[in-house]
Every structure is written in structure tokens, then in C-alpha cells.
Design a protein around this ligand. Structure first.
Ligand code: BES
Ligand code: MN
Ligand code: ZN
Length: 484
């Protein structure tokens, strides 16, 4: 998307489509008489109600040079919060995408009141809605089909740079969505590794290392390997290192993603209903990829490491069985009572591995438990942490960016549920508090640094129905944490 700043009045703007925000408090834009009159008439007559997200499209409006005018309601300016903005701007993006235009002009002031967060969310919404999954469902595109590729923006240079930032965050989320949407027979651990290598090829200060199963064996990541034993697809452990700080020794922030490219449950086989959705079980890994692309594009002046533990969880004659005991990289033994609780088994070794980077903080991202969906639904990501400061930071950033998370506790009484008669720790804690016991398991491997866990089982994708597909969450939350 090409962005060009312009400074002209609306009436003079020669454009295929002019987009103006209209608030309930002050329905007129104020800079242009013809436009103000038109909007006042539409609002007074009741033809347009400027509720947040409402829209009206007018063709060839009298007194303006634009061919189309899109009015976007922003409701009461002070109530137009991050969530409402995300929703309104995605709807706006869809509308623009549906119009036969190559170019549009946005009045940033009236859409976002010059607010940095709102400008970023506008960019995010426009980029987010421009993505469509076509890789295995190609779309017929005629040569004369018009695609929106250029935006003129009425606003300051600063406004424009915030908009551009938002677009980059949206494009990061779109990479996450694409990887999530790809079927399990394409997006294997080896495929994820190839994509990580390609990403590193695109940026000077991003490097990539990939470990194969022999190397994992040598390092001692037996717990991760136990998950992929049943699969013909070999596991991959991927490390992306971004050097953005002037000081190469500045402690890195680390993201660790669960990359189960398909989760059948293994010998503890899942029921077949909606099992296809377990192709999304690598959305934590996809989030790491999306964030890494985004911070490279933004050129963040900080050091970040992205780690992906990629495996396929399959049943077979070689697969790990319930009751098997494996030794983790940390040296602790684990009794695997349920092979479907595999996410924590790959993450624990990855979390131990990253100790060597002396991290500033580590956040793991995982579609870890169905219980999180029961507890929090599809609105909040599950947030669990042994560090109050880090947890509060993530909570606040989530509210501010419209990519919310909600904290659940990690406390000693829950830890007991993981006691095993045959190993240091069991990999499940029974039916109760499933999201918490999963995080308790991880917490046994994160004692050497500040750590938080994001359970994205409910938020990483839209289930069933027309919207079915990856959501790109929590890329905005994490990118904003990395920038903070
Ligand atoms: N990938 C699943 C979690 C999941 C399930 C995400 C449904 C989204 C929707 C994870 O590997 C899993 O199977 N977890 C088990 C844990 C249980 C065996 C303790 C679960 O949630 O049922
Ligand atoms: Mn599972
Ligand atoms: Zn899983």
C-alpha cells in the first residue's frame, strides 16, 4: 500500500473515493463548507446515523470533486475506544476493498482525531481487511479488476507515519493468518523452518538457525521429540534472532511459539468433529513469525529472539503412549498421562533452551488448552504469569490496543495437581482448572527469568462459519509490548 500525504481541502481533492469520519458530538468536519453542509443534512434527516462503525457511500456528491464519498461513523468521540476502532476500521477496509477503486483519500483528522493509537489501528484495520486466503482456493482476477493500492492522506507527516506503522502491524498479523490458514499437509514443521529462513533472508539484522531431530537429540530436547515420535514429519526447532539495539549485549526479549502443525491428540486421539481446526495448533509459532516480520519492518531499536518449537502430533506404532516417562532438557522427568497435552511438552524444552540467552523477559504463545475457550471465550487471550509487573504490563497494553488478555492465577495449590507417582511431574492435572494447570506445568521450566504465558486457544482463530480462519491475534499486543 502506497501512502502519499496531501494537504488540500476536501472540495479540491480529486480522488476515486474520499473517506471522512463523522462523530455524534460534532457531526461536521469543520474544514470544508460543502462537505459540512452535506453531512449535516444527512445526519439531520436521519439518513445517516454516525454510530461507531456505521457507513454510507455516496456517488458523485455535489460540490465535491471526489467520485465517491464514504462517511464512517465514529460514534461519540470519547467512547470510540480501541475495540470499537478495530471493528470500525476493519469494516471500513472491507468496504473500500469492495469498491472498484485503485486509490482512496482518507481524512485522518476526522477519522482518528490525530490520536496515535487510533491512527495505528486505522492502518491495522485497512491492512487486515486487505488479506484474503487464496493459496489453495485461488480467486479469479480479471485484468481490469481494480485493487486498492494507494492511499492519499490528509494529515500531518506524523499522522502518516503512525498510519504506516499500523499497516506494518496489520501485515505482520496477515503473515500470521496465512501460516495459520495453510492446511497441515502444506504447513509442516519443515515448511515453517523454510519460511523462517526466507524471512531472515529479507532483513540484514535478522538471522535464523534451524535444528533437526538429530541436533535436538544431541542437545537433549527429548520431551519435545517425544511428541513427534509418531509422525513421519520430522520436528524442527527454529531460532530467529533480531539485533535492533546498538548494544548487541542488550538483554533480548524472547517470544516462544507452540508450533504443532497438526494435533490429532496422538494415541489419546481427539474426536473427529472439527478436528480439522487443529491445523491452527501452530498459531503461536505463526504469531512469532508475524511479530518478527513486523519488528523488522518497523526497525525496532531493541533485541528480540523468536523461537518456534515445530512438531506434528500423530498416533502410530512408534508414538509416545500414555504412561510413558520422558526426560526434559531441564533434566526433570515427565509422566505423559495424556498425549493430547502435547503443547506443554514441546514448550518446556524450548523454555529451558532460551535460558542461555539471558533474557530480559520471555513470553510464550500457545493454543494450549480447550479449557481457556471455556473460561474466557473468544474475546480475551488467557494471560498467566509468575511476574506481576509483566502481567500488568501485558494486561494494560491489551486494553490499549484492542487485543485484550485476562489474567488467570498460578498458585501453589494448583501445582499439586501435577504430582506423579512415577516422575517429577505429570503432564496433565485432571479436569479442573485446565488452563491453570497447563501454565503451572510451564512455570516449572521458567524459574530463571521473567515469564508470561499467553493461551490463545480462543483468540487465534474464528471457529466454523463464514469467518472461519486465523485472526492474527495476539500480534498487535506483542508488537506493542516489544516496542514499550
Ligand atoms: N491444541 C489443543 C488445545 C485446543 C483444543 C485448542 C481445542 C483449541 C481448541 C491442546 O493440545 C490440547 O489438546 N489440550 C488438551 C489438554 C488436556 C488433554 C489436558 C485439551 O484442551 O483438551
Ligand atoms: Mn493436544
Ligand atoms: Zn495442541
Amino acid at each position: 500500500m502506497e501512502l502519499t500525504p496531501i494537504s488540500s481541502s476536501h472540495a479540491d481533492t480529486d480522488t476515486e473515493c474520499l473517506v471522512v469520519g463523522v462523530s455524534e458530538n460534532n457531526s461536521v468536519v469543520g474544514s470544508d463548507k460543502e462537505l459540512d453542509t452535506l453531512i449535516s443534512e444527512l445526519v439531520d434527516s436521519g439518513d445517516f446515523k454516525p454510530k461507531a462503525g456505521s457507513q454510507i457511500i455516496l456517488r458523485n456528491p455535489i460540490g465535491l470533486r471526489t467520485k465517491r464519498l464514504v462517511l464512517l461513523g465514529v460514534g461519540k468521540a470519547d467512547k470510540f475506544d480501541a475495540l470499537a476502532q478495530n471493528e470500525a476500521f476493519i469494516t471500513l477496509g472491507r468496504t473500500l476493498k469492495g469498491l472498484p477503486i485503485n486509490q482512496a483519500t482518507l481524512d485522518l483528522g476526522s477519522l482518528t482525531f490525530g490520536n496515535q493509537g487510533a491512527l495505528e489501528r486505522l492502518g491495522y484495520g485497512l491492512a487486515w481487511s486487505s488479506y484474503e486466503y487464496t493459496t489453495t482456493k485461488p480467486k479469479q482476477i480479471d485484468d481490469d479488476t481494480k485493487v486498492l493500492s494507494a492511499l492519499q492522506v490528509i494529515g500531518s507527516d506524523t499522522d502518516q507515519s503512525h498510519l504506516a506503522t499500523g499497516i506494518k502491524i496489520g501485515q505482520g498479523a496477515n503473515l500470521t493468518r496465512e501460516l495459520g490458514n495453510l492446511p497441515g499437509n502444506t504447513c509442516t514443521p519443515r515448511y515453517l523452518a523454510d519460511q523462517a529462513i526466507r524471512l531472515a533472508d529479507r532483513f540484514n539484522n535478522l538471522s535464523c538457525e534451524v535444528f533437526d531431530e538429530n541436533m535436538l537429540e544431541e542437545i537433549g530436547m527429548h520431551c519435545m521429540l517425544s511428541v513427534s515420535r509418531g509422525s513421519d514429519e520430522p520436528a524442527r526447532f527454529i531460532i530467529l534472532q533480531y539485533q535492533g539495539a546498538g548494544d548487541p549485549n542488550l538483554k533480548p526479549k524472547i517470544l516462544v511459539g507452540k508450533g504443532v502443525t497438526f494435533d490429532t491428540g496422538g494415541i489419546s486421539l481427539k474426536p473427529s468433529a472439527a478436528m480439522d481446526e487443529m491445523k491452527f495448533d501452530m498459531c503461536g509459532a505463526a504469531t512469532v513469525m508475524g511479530c518478527m516480520q513486523c519488528i523488522c519492518e518497523l526497525g525496532l531499536e531493541t533485541n528480540v529472539i523468536g523461537v518456534i518449537a515445530a512438531v506434528e502430533n500423530m498416533p502410530s506404532g512408534r508414538a509416545t503412549k500414555p504412561g510413558d516417562v520422558v526426560t526434559t532438557l531441564a533434566g526433570k522427568t515427565v509422566e505423559i498421562l495424556n498425549t493430547d497435552a502435547e503443547g506443554r511438552l514441546v514448550l518446556c524444552d524450548a523454555l529451558t533452551y532460551v535460558e542461555r540467552f539471558n533474557p530480559e523477559a520471555v513470553i510464550d504463545i500457545a493454543t494450549l488448552t480447550g479449557a481457556c475457550l471455556i473460561a474466557l471465550g473468544r474475546h480475551n487471550t488467557g494471560l498467566l504469569s509468575t511476574d506481576d509487573e509483566l502481567a500488568n504490563e501485558l494486561y494494560e497494553i491489551g486494553r490499549d490496543t484492542g487485543d485484550p488478555c485476562w489474567r488467570l492465577p498460578i498458585e501453589a495449590p494448583y501445582q499439586k495437581l501435577l504430582d506423579s507417582n512415577f516422575a517429577d511431574i505429570a503432564n496433565i492435572g485432571g479436569r479442573d482448572a485446565g488452563t491453570i494447570t497447563a501454565a503451572c506445568f510451564l512455570s516449572r521450566f521458567t524459574e530463571k527469568y521473567r515469564w508470561a504465558h499467553l493461551d490463545i486457544a480462543g483468540t487465534a482463530w474464528f471457529s466454523g462459519g463464514k469467518a472461519k480462519g486465523a485472526s492474527g491475534r495476539p500480534v498487535p499486543l506483542l508488537v506493542n509490548w516489544l516496542r514499550a
